[in-house]
Design a protein around this ligand. Structure first.
Ligand code: PLP
Length: 428
C-alpha cells in the first residue's frame, strides 16, 4: 500500500488495477501503442527512475515514448508550470508567454520565421500537410516506409515487405492511404522516380532520422538530396522532428545534419513531458494561417500550461546543454549492451543516434530501411524486453531506447548489472 501522486491511497497491485481498468478502459489503456507493453501501474517517476505500485523500481529508457528529456518531475519545470497556471490556464485569446515561446523556438532553431503551437504531433503534422497542399495546389505527399506521422487516416499505415501501405485497423478509410506515395527510405533515386512519375505531389514528409522503425540515420547527403529534389520539383520539404526535435541536439536533426526544411513539426521533447506540439516554418507558408486562407485551430493551443512548459523546458535545455553528456551516456549504454550480448551469446544488433538508439535481433545486419526492420526477429526482441522489465529496466517492446539528461553514472552502473542478469535469464 502506498500513496499516489493525487494523494489517494493505492493498495492494489498492477494486476488488480489492470483487471479493474478493463471494465472502463478498452484494453485497459488509453493509447493502442501501450497494448504491447506489460500492464504495469506507475506511482511515481523521479529523474531517470520509475516506481510502480508493486514496489518495484525501474531505470526508464522509454521516457514516456521520448518526451521526458529532462527525466521525470524535473523540479524547475514543474515549479515554472505550476507558477504560470496559478493565474489561469486558458484564455481563448492571446497572452504574452505565447509570443515569448514562439520567439524562443524561432531563436533556438534559427531557420524558421514563424511557429504555430498545437497539442499533439499528430495534429501538427496535419497542419503541415494542409499548408503544403494550399501552397502547391496539389494533394499527395511522398512519405517513407515504416515512418510514423500520427494515427489519422491519411498517415497511419502498416507496411508489408514489398513496401505496400495497408490500413492499420478496421474503420480506417483505405482511400486516404492514396494521399501518400510510399517510398523506401535512404534511396534518393526512388524519390526522384516518384517525383518524375507523379504530377500531384505537394510535399515530401520525412522523419529526418528514422526513429519509428529502427534508429536509422540518413546516409551521407540524403537529407541534402531531399532538399535539392524538393527545390527542383517545387514541392514542400517537411521534417517530422516530433522525436528528433530538441533531442538529438537543441536544434534537432535540421541542425545536426545542416539541412533546412520548409516546414518542421515538433512535439515530445519541446516541453519535456507536457503535451505540446509546434509547427515551425518559412513566413510565406506560415502566413497562410495568418491571413485566414488556411485553417488551423485548437481550443487548447498555446495554453498557459503549454507555453510555460515550452519556455521552461527549452530554457533549461539552453542553460544546461545536456546533449554532449547524453550522447556520451548513450554511447556507453550501447557498448554495455553489446558487451552483455557477446557475454551471453545473444545475436543482438545495436545501432543509431545515442540519444535514441535501437536494439534488435537483426541477424547481424545493419538496418538501412524498413524492409530490414521487418526481417528482424521482433517476437524474440519483445520477449527480451519483457525480461529487461522484469529486471528493472523499462524499455519499449519495439527496440528503441531513449536517454534523458537525468541518466547519470549511477543509472549506468545499475543498468549494467540488470542487463547482465536479464540477458542471462533470456539466454538460459
Ligand atoms: N511523428 C512522429 C515522428 C512520431 O514519433 C509521433 C509519435 O510518436 C507523431 C508524429 C505523433 O505524435 P503524437 O503522438 O504527439 O500525436
Amino acid at each position: 500500500s502506498s500513496t499516489a501522486a493525487d494523494g489517494v491511497r493505492v493498495s492494489a497491485t498492477s494486476a488488480d488495477l489492470d483487471a479493474r481498468a478493463h471494465r472502463t478502459l478498452p484494453g485497459g489503456v488509453n493509447s493502442n501503442v501501450r497494448l504491447a507493453a506489460p500492464k504495469l501501474y506507475f506511482e511515481r517517476g523521479e529523474g531517470a527512475r520509475l516506481y510502480d505500485v508493486d514496489g518495484n523500481e525501474y531505470i526508464d529508457y522509454l521516457l514516456g515514448q521520448g518526451p521526458n528529456i529532462l527525466g521525470h518531475a524535473p523540479a524547475k519545470l514543474q515549479a515554472d508550470v505550476a507558477a504560470a497556471v496559478s493565474s489561469g490556464m486558458l484564455f481563448g485569446a492571446q497572452h504574452e508567454a505565447e509570443v515569448r515561446a514562439a520567439e524562443r523556438v524561432v531563436e533556438i532553431l534559427g531557420w524558421p520565421d514563424m511557429v504555430r503551437f498545437g497539442v499533439s504531433g499528430t495534429e501538427s503534422v496535419q497542419a503541415a500537410l494542409r499548408l503544403a497542399r494550399a501552397a502547391t495546389g496539389k494533394r499527395r505527399f511522398i512519405r517513407f516506409e515504416g515512418q510514423y506521422h500520427g494515427w489519422l487516416d491519411n498517415t497511419l499505415a502498416n507496411w508489408d515487405a514489398e513496401g505496400n501501405a495497408l490500413v492499420a485497423g478496421a474503420g480506417q478509410i483505405a482511400d486516404y492511404l492514396r494521399d501518400f506515395v510510399p517510398t523506401p527510405w535512404n534511396d534518393l533515386a526512388a524519390v526522384r522516380e516518384r517525383l518524375e512519375t507523379h504530377d500531384d505531389i505537394a510535399a515530401i514528409i520525412t522523419e529526418p532520422i528514422m526513429l519509428n522503425a529502427g534508429s536509422i540515420p540518413p546516409e551521407d547527403g540524403y537529407l541534402q538530396g531531399l532538399r535539392a529534389l524538393a527545390d527542383e520539383f517545387g514541392v514542400v520539404l517537411i521534417f517530422d522532428e516530433v522525436i528528433t526535435g530538441f533531442r538529438v541536439g537543441l536544434g534537432g536533426a535540421a541542425e545536426r545534419y545542416g539541412v533546412t526544411p520548409d516546414l518542421a513539426v515538433y512535439g515530445k521533447a519541446i516541453a519535456a513531458g507536457w503535451p505540446v506540439s509546434a509547427l515551425a516554418g518559412r513566413r510565406d507558408l506560415m502566413e497562410r494561417f495568418g491571413t485566414g486562407e488556411v485553417n488551423h485551430s485548437g481550443t487548447f493551443n498555446a495554453s498557459v500550461m503549454a507555453t510555460a512548459a515550452v519556455l521552461s523546458a527549452t530554457g533549461i535545455l539552453q542553460e544546461t546543454s545536456p546533449y554532449a553528456r547524453m550522447e556520451e551516456y548513450g554511447r556507453s549504454l550501447q557498448e554495455l549492451i553489446r558487451a552483455a550480448a557477446a557475454k551471453h551469446d545473444l545475436p543482438l544488433h545495436v545501432q543509431g543516434v545515442p540519444m535514441a538508439f535501437h536494439v534488435s535481433f537483426s541477424g547481424g545486419r545493419t538496418l538501412k530501411d524498413n524492409r530490414d526492420i521487418l526481417a528482424c526477429d521482433a517476437p524474440r526482441y519483445a520477449a527480451l524486453s519483457r525480461e529487461l522489465i522484469r529486471h528493472g529496466v523499462w524499455v519499449a517492446a519495439r527496440g528503441v531506447w531513449y536517454i534523458s539528461a537525468a541518466h547519470s553514472d549511477a543509472e549506468l552502473a545499475d543498468t549494467e548489472e540488470r542487463v547482465d542478469r536479464a540477458f542471462a535469464a533470456h539466454a538460459g
